[in-house]
Design a protein around this ligand. Structure first.
Ligand code: FES
Length: 340
């Protein structure tokens, strides 16, 4: 038996290592050729300090206070030369991946399907040469063939399979859109990743997902994982778009609602001319039940003004969610953050 340890480096790169039962993280990383920061490997210097964002672990008792204080331990700081995982874990490593002689994973991918949703979005599926391991919500950079440039997209499919899907906003004249207009099935692209700190944390309280437009993609990946594990916490999603035709993948959400009894969603359209029953922005369709007096983890993926509007909404309501994780997307690049 092994545990999967996600190492999230300062530059946004995520690498996964397997850790045997009873094995220290630093040893597991070196075994897999990732040179995590270290000096003494004896719990004395503190050089290997990281923060464990998720998962259960034994801190060990063979280190000194100078290396890791009680307060730091309370804040889930760990010494990787001492830490022994007791479950899958996510570690924030405070140095760039290159400093650990590692970097992003590379995948060769072939287009298997392109589904066009009028002028709103495209669903694009790829077959990869190996199954990517990622945390649901993370993204990759996809090379736009012939341009020397990449574009960033969140997985909408679940981790651990060779098949990967993405929901791509239709941008008239956009680089990726231009290529996809002419792309044939089996065309090849290079993909690098996974990247980003917007991912599903351990679920310990109700979840509120807020999606703006194609910001729905990471939630589709998260819902796949939540449905597979038959998550019992309440999960609410508000999916807001600008125009009626931008509401895509609603059937997929209905299918999740059928699989996951605790999941419900509403959609809304900002266009004042809409005939949709819920006009307006996501903040106009949040209710007290969803906010659960602040005992809720909020995940938001949408354009920057949406992130600002939601923050202001919480302020106005006097509610501070227990966890607030967001990903601001513009056509490029993606910016992630958390206010947990
Ligand atoms: Fe010195 Fe871990 S390497 S405390």
């Amino acid at each position: 038996m092994t545990y999967s340890i996600a190492l999230n480096f300062e530059d946004g790169v995520t690498r996964f290592i397997d850790c045997k039962v009873g094995e220290k993280v630093l040893d597991a990383a070196f075994r897999q050729r990732i040179n995590l920061p270290m000096d003494c490997s004896d719990g004395v210097c503190g050089t290997c300090k990281c923060r464990c964002e998720n998962g259960a672990y034994d801190l060990g008792d063979d280190y000194i206070e100078d290396a890791l204080s009680e307060d730091e331990a309370q804040e889930r700081q760990v010494l990787t030369c001492q830490m022994v995982p007791q479950s899958d874990c996510v570690l924030a490593v405070p140095v760039p991946s290159s400093a650990c002689k590692t970097g992003t994973g590379h995948f060769a991918a072939s287009v298997t399907r392109i589904t066009r949703h009028a002028d709103a979005a495209l669903e694009v599926s790829f077959e990869l040469d190996q199954a990517p391991v990622f945390l649901p919500g993370q993204y990759v950079n996809i090379d736009v063939p012939g341009s020397g440039q990449t574009r960033s997209y969140s997985f909408s499919s679940r981790p651990g399979q060779k098949h990967a899907s993405f929901l791509i906003k239709h941008v008239p004249g956009g680089l990726m859109n231009g290529w996809l207009e002419c792309a044939q099935e089996t065309e090849k692209v290079d993909i690098t990743g996974p990247l980003g700190s917007f991912y599903l944390r351990t679920v310990t309280r109700p979840l509120l997902f807020l999606a703006g437009g194609t910001g729905l993609a990471p939630f589709l990946s998260m819902l796949e994982v939540l449905a597979e594990r038959d998550e019992k916490q309440k999960i609410s999603l508000i999916y807001g778009v600008t125009r009626d035709q931008d509401l895509v993948m609603v059937e997929a959400l209905e299918a999740f609602a059928a699989r996951l009894p605790n999941f419900s969603f509403v959609t809304c359209v900002a266009d004042p001319q809409t005939r949709h029953p819920r006009q307006g922005y996501v903040t106009q369709h949040m209710d007290a039940d969803m906010l659960n007096d602040g005992s809720v983890d909020v995940y938001l993926c949408g354009p920057p003004p949406m992130v600002d509007a939601v923050r202001q909404y919480f302020k106005d309501q006097g509610v501070t969610p227990a966890g607030f994780y967001y990903e601001k997307f513009t056509p490029n690049p993606i910016v992630t953050g958390d206010a947990a």
